[in-house]
Write a protein that binds this ligand. Structure first.
Ligand code: SF4
Ligand code: SF4
Length: 315
């Protein structure tokens, strides 16, 4: 496994980051014990970086995975809070549920531009205070937007940018893949630590994982890339590939043959909240039920977080 320093933070991260969204209730909904087992497999293979979020519901899995583990592990997390008090609660929740007395990287979740960053500035002020108190090591934003990266590059307080990036550009908002690459270059020159997400397009690029991984690994500005994994085979495939080790045909077959799709339960009441939440425009209502256009869906699972009846799953 290779490691990089994340911008000017001094935080050293493995180039493969364990993306924890996939093991949690928004996606495969693994038990805490099974999720912890998957994480531990990745740690044993050299991964030292876990990306999660308040939304993902995976703090307990991470806590269990770290119990009795002696290596240093970097946790990056994020939440939607925009007030000082709500961010304080988010940070306290992360500390309590992960069982740690600090969080390495805390970010404003899903920022779009300087306008949303300004709109969350109270929350950022709490993060900066928490950093002064040693509860947080670095602050940042996550974004799917080219403008989000560009604007964050110019904000001195932002040290880390967690940006969507992949070979086809699927899911990138407000520009093309190459626009995002230019924005990442600008941010790196400004000293920001950058780590990618959705290298496999939320599952849409699973047919060509090597090409997709090679592409993001060749971008020097990306210190690390968060990849969602929910099976031992996926962990073995990804850790071996990122470490330059051969991947057996058996592991490849296990990963390749795992089918995935967005599943909407038939008890959907057609309230439309998921369609409003989906920023990709992949959900519409038809016949009183939500319907997904899989060509637009990145399998991010965010729509599942707003469904009052837990109808939506990535399976
Ligand atoms: S339909 Fe759901 S999973 Fe698909 S892109 Fe939209 S929010 Fe994400
Ligand atoms: S939020 Fe849930 S119940 Fe409402 S339309 Fe979407 S899937 Fe159906």
């Amino acid at each position: 496994m290779q490691y990089r320093v994340l911008g000017r933070t001094g935080i050293v991260v493995s180039r493969l980051c364990f993306g924890a969204l996939t093991i949690g209730p928004l996606q495969t909904d693994l038990s805490v014990t099974e999720g912890a087992r998957i994480i531990r497999r990745a740690l044993a293979a050299g991964v030292n970086f876990i990306d999660t979020a308040d939304l993902y519901g995976t703090y307990p899995h991470i806590r269990q995975a770290l119990q009795g583990y002696s290596g240093d592990v970097v946790i990056g997390t994020k939440c939607y809070a925009y007030t000082y008090d709500d961010m304080r609660k988010c940070v306290e929740r992360a500390l309590k549920l992960t069982g740690r007395d600090y969080i390495d990287i805390f970010m404003l979740h899903e920022q779009e531009s300087i306008l949303t960053i300004r709109g969350h500035w109270e929350a950022m002020e709490y993060l900066l205070e928490a950093k002064d108190r040693g509860i947080i090591r670095a602050v940042g934003i996550s974004t799917h937007h080219v403008q989000g990266v560009m604007d964050a590059a110019a904000v001195p307080e932002i040290e880390v940018i967690h940006s969507l990036f992949n070979i086809t550009g699927i899911g990138i908002r407000g520009g093309t893949r190459d626009d995002m690459l230019r924005a990442i270059g600008v941010a790196a020159k400004a000293g920001k630590g950058i780590y990618g997400m959705k290298a496999l397009g939320g599952g849409n690029l699973l047919k060509k994982p090597e090409e997709s991984f090679d592409f993001v690994m060749a971008i020097p500005e990306l210190s690390s890339v968060a990849v969602g994994m929910s099976t031992i085979a996926e962990v073995d495939f990804n850790t071996r590939y990122f470490s330059g080790q051969p991947v057996s045909a058996g592991i490849r077959a296990l990963v390749r043959n795992k089918p995935r799709r967005l599943h909407i339960e038939d008890w959907c009441l057609g309230c439309g909240q998921c369609a409003e939440r989906c920023r990709a425009g992949a959900l519409t209502l038809s016949g009183g039920k939500a319907v997904v256009d899989s060509s637009l869906c990145s399998l991010c699972g965010y729509c599942g977080s707003v469904c009052p009846d837990f109808c939506i799953k990535v399976i």
